[in-house]
Design a protein around this ligand. Structure first.
Ligand SMILES: *Cc1c(COP(=O)(O)O)cnc(C)c1O
Length: 368
């Protein structure tokens, strides 16, 4: 047998994304036990309970359960903006760059993307300058959209306060793409004593917040849009139009509720694992850690060896993404042993002559 082929029974350390988590046995039990109705009729008790819960946590009047964060953000944009309006958004923000242009295609909303700094912030002066005057030549600037965390970076409360205050002064609504909202809450201790208190504090700056349950929180599916009753009633119609009216979705909502009960405070463990990984990688020649915030570690690999490193790691059951810059994401299905295995494999790659796996080193390495 060839030791270079990962054994199919070997545990995989999957650091591609925090979306890859499997529901825990307790989460699956909660899903099975969930009382169900038909959510398009509005009578699924598990969906209604989740919506009330997340609205309460974010301090909003109402919330709407969605299949994906993409749909939740799109419903938000379409509920804030009319055809011919525009929204201000980061050049590298998910809603602008990674959601297939939905705001423009389906919402007839013009994006006004702005350059972001290394931590994702748009300069306040740039935001101010991008807001168009009331003139028939221009689209109506209606909304400022921020993302927190952005590439793992939590934004400071001072920035959130200033950017949203500027938007409000100029008559703009504000939306937060909070796919990793609770990672931000856990990583912003000055926002509140508990993660839930911090979450409410961060949400308080925004008219609407979209939260993903399917990332670090570990649910299989789902996001929620939180906002005023009025906004959510408009979003309900858009969600139906976009094909997101689900039926016995209480099974999915129960997983999300379970995650809110059990998987929020524990995000701190994912952040600690990311720090462990970053600290171990920082000592390796040929690599530099570009950023390691919350649960995401970005690494630059010298001499174009990123793809070879990725392939070497994959051979040993460690999965990551990227090319020149690699991305490692921690989550609830990763532990210290997995991180240490990833570090050992990375060391091994850089210690072997050409970075290729020699049969001797492969045979000598444990397959985790
Ligand atoms: C993952 C993600 C979303 C939503 O993605 P879906 O796969 O549609 O759930 C939105 N914004 C950010 C920043 C994300 O990381």
């Amino acid at each position: 047998m060839n030791d270079m082929t990962p054994k199919s029974s070997a545990p995989v350390v999957d650091l591609r994304s925090d979306t890859v988590t499997q529901p825990t046995p307790a989460m699956r039990a909660a899903m099975l036990a969930a009382p169900l109705g038909d959510d398009v009729f509005g009578d699924d008790p598990s969906v209604n309970a989740l919506q009330a819960r997340i609205a309460d946590i974010t301090g909003k009047e109402a919330a709407l359960f969605m299949p994906t964060g993409t749909q939740s953000n799109l419903c938000a944009l379409m509920s804030h903006c009319q055809r011919g309006d525009e929204y201000i958004v980061g050049q590298l923000a998910h809603t602008y760059r990674y959601e297939a242009g939905g705001a423009a295609v389906l919402g007839s909303i013009q994006p006004q993307p702005l350059t972001q700094g290394a931590s994702g912030e748009m300069q306040l002066a740039d935001i101010a300058a991008a807001i168009k005057p009331d003139d028939i030549h221009f689209a109506r600037t209606r909304l400022l959209c921020l993302e927190n965390t952005w590439n793992g970076h939590p934004m400071t409360l001072a920035y959130l306060a200033q950017a949203t205050a500027l938007a409000r002064e100029r008559g703009l609504a504000t939306h937060l793409d909070g796919a990793r909202f609770f990672n931000a809450a856990v990583a912003t201790p000055e926002a509140g004593a508990s993660a839930h208190a911090a979450a409410r504090h961060i949400a308080s700056y925004f008219d609407s917040v979209s939260v993903c349950f399917s990332k670090g929180l570990g649910a299989p599916v789902g996001s929620a849009l939180c906002g005023s009753r009025d906004l959510i009633s408009r979003a309900l119609r858009w969600r139906k139009m976009l094909g997101g009216g689900m039926r016995q979705s209480g099974m999915l909502a129960a997983a999300a509720s379970h995650a809110l009960d059990h998987h929020v405070e524990r995000l701190a463990q994912d952040h600690a694992l990311a720090q462990r990984l970053a600290a171990g990688l920082a000592g390796i020649d040929g690599l530099s850690v570009r950023s390691a915030q919350t649960n995401i570690v970005f690494v630059d690999v010298a001499d174009g060896r990123g793809p070879a490193l990725l392939a070497h790691l994959a051979l040993h059951g460690v999965l990551a993404t990227g090319l020149i810059g690699l991305r490692f994401v921690t989550h609830l299905n990763v532990d210290e042993a997995g991180i240490d295995h990833a570090l050992a494999c990375t060391h091994e790659f850089f210690e072997t002559q050409a970075g290729a796996v020699s049969p001797a080193t492969a045979a000598g390495s444990a397959v985790y």
